[in-house]
Design a protein around this ligand. Structure first.
Ligand code: PEP
Ligand code: MN
Length: 337
């Protein structure tokens, strides 16, 4: 349930509600919005009725949340949850663009990519140092050496870094280097990983699972928020269907659905979402038009030689060109890029 405080409620009134909830064993999640404070209380609903919270001073109303995801839902936070990334904001007016290769392959490859995507207007550099591959014989990533290269690219360009973390044990290591911790589609329901990330101090980019429903995806986000990390960015990256022309079917309808159900920002990855380079520009445009808060695009200096996902990667020049088109689409929906 959520306890909505009066717009002018005082701190001591909020504290009183929280201490009563704690006394009865409720988990507390505080959301201090611009206009009012909302307290999320997770616990036994039947007990809640006997607490008499509605009679306390400063309390406007007590609302039960029937959805299984409590902290993720719009009822908990009416305004968009805006995430600050080294001064850049995800979930606000600006469309956040994350670009880079599938995997970190070498320092030269990352530096060249970082400088070009920065010049084209990207905000965040992507690149996997730990790669969860379908085949155990495929390139598995440069690991810590790759993270060091990413950190160097950040130093040189000022771009923030997003990179994948594949298991709970490596969260502290990846957190040392990355600005955003990515959970890959294959790990969306790795609940031990999600719980470890719920204690992290960095934002988490949560990709939608290969066959996950929107509700399962939001429940995965709830795991991260339940431990106190409210900085979750959702990423639609296509789902598995019967279609064979594309690698996945990019579910653009999930954007307005998620925006209605949740306050979390949602970005779109048309590279994995289609698996086909020439489809990426149009899906980027469609994602922005549909209300996405950002994009994640695979870009490589030489896609033909990429260690992974070359066929879906844009060249650096193609990326620069689409950014110009995307600026116009963003302006048409009152966003900037
Ligand atoms: C990736 O971003 O490189 C990746 C592996 O994506 P996904 O988890 O969406 O397949
Ligand atoms: Mn990839």
């Amino acid at each position: 349930m959520i306890i909505v405080m009066d717009p002018g409620a005082q701190k001591k009134q909020v504290d009183e509600v929280m201490s009563r909830l704690k006394q009865f064993g409720f988990g507390i999640h505080l959301s201090e919005g611009e206009s009012r404070t909302v307290i999320g209380a997770i616990g036994d609903r039947t007990k809640a009725l006997s607490l008499g919270l509605e009679a306390l001073e400063g309390v406007e109303k007590v609302v039960p949340i029937s959805k299984p995801y409590k902290l993720v839902c719009r009822e908990f936070k009416q305004e968009n949850n805006i995430i600050d990334l080294n001064g850049a904001k995800i979930g606000g007016e600006k469309i956040m663009v994350m670009a880079g290769p599938c995997a970190v392959e070498s320092e030269e490859q990352m530096m060249e990519t970082a400088e070009m995507v920065k010049a084209a207007g990207a905000d965040v550099l992507r690149g996997g140092a730990f790669k969860p591959r379908t085949s155990p014989y495929a390139f598995q990533g440069m690991e810590e050496e790759g993270l060091k290269i990413l950190a160097k690219a950040r130093e040189k360009t000022g771009l923030s870094i997003v990179t994948e973390v594949v298991n709970p044990q490596s969260v502290p290591l990846v957190e040392q280097y990355a600005d955003v911790l990515q959970v890959g589609a294959r790990n969306m329901q790795n609940f031990h990983l999600l719980l470890e990330l719920s204690k992290a101090k960095k934002p988490v980019l949560l990709k939608r699972g290969l066959s996950a429903t929107i509700e399962e995806w939001l429940m995965a986000a709830e795991y991260i928020m339940s431990g106190g990390n409210y900085q979750v960015i959702l990423c639609e990256r296509g789902i598995r269907t019967f279609e064979t022309q594309t690698r996945n079917t990019l579910d653009l309808s999930s954007i307005p659905i998620v925006k209605q159900l949740s306050h979390l920002p949602v970005i779109v990855d048309p590279s994995h979402g289609t698996g086909v380079r020439h489809l990426v520009p149009s899906m980027c445009k469609a994602a922005i038009a549909a209300g996405a808060d950002g994009l994640m695009v695979e870009v490589h200096p030489n896609p033909e030689k990429a260690f992974c996902d070359g066929p879906q990667s844009l060249t650096l020049l193609q990326f620069k060109e689409i950014m110009e088109d995307l600026r116009r689409v963003a302006a048409s929906v009152d966003r900037t890029l």
